[in-house]
Ligand binder design. Structure first.
Ligand code: COA
Length: 145
């Protein structure tokens, strides 16, 4: 059974490893530790039978939530872990009386765009050269609660 829970210190090395596998500009061990201590940022992991398969980093500001990282271990993809992590952020956003959830995604990231669209996110903007390594435009997507 899948469980989404708050990340703990014991999860940090695995999160950093997944960040490095999934992104060209990954979060560092230092940044993950600072997120764990933060009252604004949240780090969740999803586990299945005790094995952590993905993580999500997000924050709340008045009225909305923003996802800054979502990653699933490559050999565990297309099993619903990414979707469950995003659903969990939406649930938490509802509890915090947020009106929207935002995220940014590389224009070429078909897997992520397809996941977000299947959940109900819509493109509301585009930012030129938002990403580096390689340079690429980013789409801004919004989920209305
Ligand atoms: C994007 C990512 C998080 C998706 O995680 P996942 O656990 O594989 O996604 P899920 O299994 O929950 O997929 C849910 C739905 O999203 C869509 N989807 C996910 N991966 C897809 C792919 N490679 N191609 C097309 N659609 C895809 C499908 O509609 C899928 O439903 P289905 O499997 O029933 O067809 C994962 O591919 C990943 O970690 N990628 C690298 C990091 C990344 O790009 N993160 C997002 C940054 S914005």
């Amino acid at each position: 059974m899948n469980t989404v829970r708050k990340a703990e210190k014991k999860d940090v090395k695995g999160i950093v490893k997944r960040e490095n596998v999934c992104f060209s500009t990954p979060e560092t061990e230092e940044s993950i530790y600072s997120f764990l201590k933060s009252k604004t940022f949240f780090v969740d992991v999803i586990e299945d039978e005790g094995i952590v398969t993905g993580h999500c980093i997000y924050f709340f500001v008045p009225d909305n939530a923003e996802i800054i990282s979502l990653a699933v271990t490559p050999e565990k993809r297309r099993m619903g872990y990414g979707r469950d992590l995003v659903y969990n952020v939406i649930e938490r956003a509802k509890e915090n009386n947020c009106k929207e959830v935002y995220l940014e995604v590389r224009k070429s990231n078909e897997a992520a765009i397809s996941l977000y669209t299947s959940i109900g996110f819509h493109q509301v903007g585009e930012r030129k050269n938002l990403y580096s390594k390689p340079e690429e435009d980013g789409l801004i997507m919004q989920y209305l609660i």
